[in-house]
Design a protein around this ligand. Structure first.
Ligand SMILES: [Zn+2]
Length: 459
């Protein structure tokens, strides 16, 4: 099975290399902003002409919004706009123009209602201060050095990795992986390189294809499974979270930027903000790492994995930080399980957001009208069951798989409540063969994506 997969590694750049990368990221921004200004100017011109009653065919011709069109316009203009263009790789400009082409497409799809995801606004100018510096290379010499501690990228040369690239190198050596692009970007105060790779995976079935497991993602524990197992949070996560809160308080005591008065942040504020960003990144990494281990184990063991759609029932106190982390965890678990169950020949089912997984008794099916957040133990008045709250929820999720199988993919008959569809199968994002040609600019994974996004390819 061919999949598109990302491998991300932290980089140790020396000051000269950091300058080079920033120059490339800056060039990407220049091209992006120049093209955006052109697009806007032409749009405004056409709007004005229409308002004077100029006939549609006589309007100023609109600028093509495709990557190829934007690139053509840029190549004509670059000697004027960026006389220094020869100093950076052309891939830098391509990075910025590709981001714009995608942004314009998402905006126009969103306006036409052709986009399933949340609405997207018109692309905005990228500022040096606020945008994440990044540059993507899709052609030229991109490789991992035999020592697995260095990578070679066009123009930037040999960059030292902070961690070993052995996992990717093994696949490359075995011929089961092909690098399609490499993106260098700064995340959470640290430089990373992310390779988009076409991987040929050997298909394995789950160890127990007939088995079903319900997963209740939490905050005190990483997750509670319907088997009764508590999956603990990764080590050091609690300390890292405490450190993050302390840094947040420290930041709030310093002089930050103010948009209304145009006040610039103080140096101390900037340093504190950078520390906080690093702490955020560390917490996110620790959590993601724990979730990866969990989802891999679930997908390789069980044939069916049932998760909740959203954490609306709120098994945790509604504090913003806790809420934010848990919601991110929910999304991450679903995302990882969706492709990992696909790789392993299993399936993931998602319970509808209205499904009362916490309020339902896993023993007799009675649904409580109220369940306080503080009640950590579920006590059923009908059958007398006493069970840990999260374990109960996980059992209910697992039980949904049976309902799904008897009812097919249509709406599932409710158990004591009046909601419609309770559970639905996960539809993997499919790419038709040939729509993801390797090595072509602008066709690989978009900029600014999560690091290990995966698309299952039809084969
Ligand atoms: Zn009961």
């Amino acid at each position: 099975m061919k999949t598109i997969q990302a491998y991300r590694f932290a980089l140790d750049l020396n000051p000269g290399q950091e300058r080079d990368v920033l120059a490339h990221a800056g060039a990407a921004r220049v091209a992006h902003n120049w093209a955006l200004a052109r697009v806007k100017a032409v749009m405004d011109q056409r709007t004005a002409e229409r308002s004077y009653g100029v006939a549609e065919q006589l309007l100023t011709s609109s600028l093509p919004w495709s990557l190829a069109g934007l690139r053509k316009a840029w190549n004509t203009a670059k000697p004027e706009v960026a006389p220094w263009w020869g100093e950076v790789s052309k891939e830098a400009f391509n990075t910025g123009l590709d981001a714009l082409a995608r942004g314009l497409k998402n905006w126009s799809d969103s306006r036409k209602g052709a986009r399933a995801a949340r609405p997207v606004g018109f692309p905005r100018f990228k500022s040096r201060r606020r945008s994440t510096p990044s540059v993507r290379f899709t052609t030229g010499a991109i490789r991992v050095e035999p020592d697995r501690m260095h990578v070679v990228l066009p123009r930037l040369g040999r960059l030292k990795l902070h961690e070993s690239a052995r996992k990717l190198a093994r696949r490359l050596d075995a011929g089961t992986a092909r690098i399609m692009s490499a993106t260098v970007r700064r995340d959470g105060g640290r430089w990373h390189v992310a390779f988009t790779v076409e991987v040929d995976r050997v298909e394995h079935g789950p160890a127990r294809p007939g088995s079903t497991v319900g997963v209740d993602v939490g905050i005190k524990h990483l997750a509670v499974l319907s088997t009764g197992e508590l999956v603990a949070n990764p080590r050091h996560l609690l300390e890292a979270q405490a450190g993050m809160r302390a840094l947040g308080r420290a930041l709030s005591r310093k002089t930050g930027p103010d948009r209304r008065t145009g006040r610039r942040p103080s140096k101390r504020w900037e340093r504190a903000a950078a520390r906080l960003a690093r702490a955020h990144a560390r917490v996110a990494n620790l959590r993601r790492d724990g979730l990866h281990k969990l989802t891999t184990r679930l997908a390789t063991t069980h044939g069916t994995v049932v998760v909740e759609d959203l954490n609306v029932t709120g098994m945790l106190a509604n504090r913003r930080l806790a809420r934010h982390i848990a919601d991110a965890g929910f999304a991450e678990v679903r995302r990882q399980l969706a492709y990992k169950t696909g790789w392993n020949g299993g399936r993931m089912l998602t319970a509808d957001r209205w499904y009362p997984s916490s309020k339902t008794c896993s023993g007799c099916g009675t649904v409580k009208t109220k369940l306080a957040l503080s009640e950590r133990e579920y006590q059923c008045e009908t059958c007398g069951l006493v069970i840990d709250r999260d374990h109960n929820a996980a059992l209910n999720l697992a039980a949904l798989a049976a309902e799904f199988d008897t009812a097919g993919s249509g709406p599932v008959a409710g158990r004591g409540a009046d909601q419609k569809t309770r559970v639905h199968g996960q539809v993997a994002v499919k790419r038709q063969p040939g729509t993801a040609p390797a090595g072509q600019t602008g066709t690989v994974s978009p900029q600014g994506e999560t690091t290990d996004r995966v698309l299952t390819k039809a084969h």
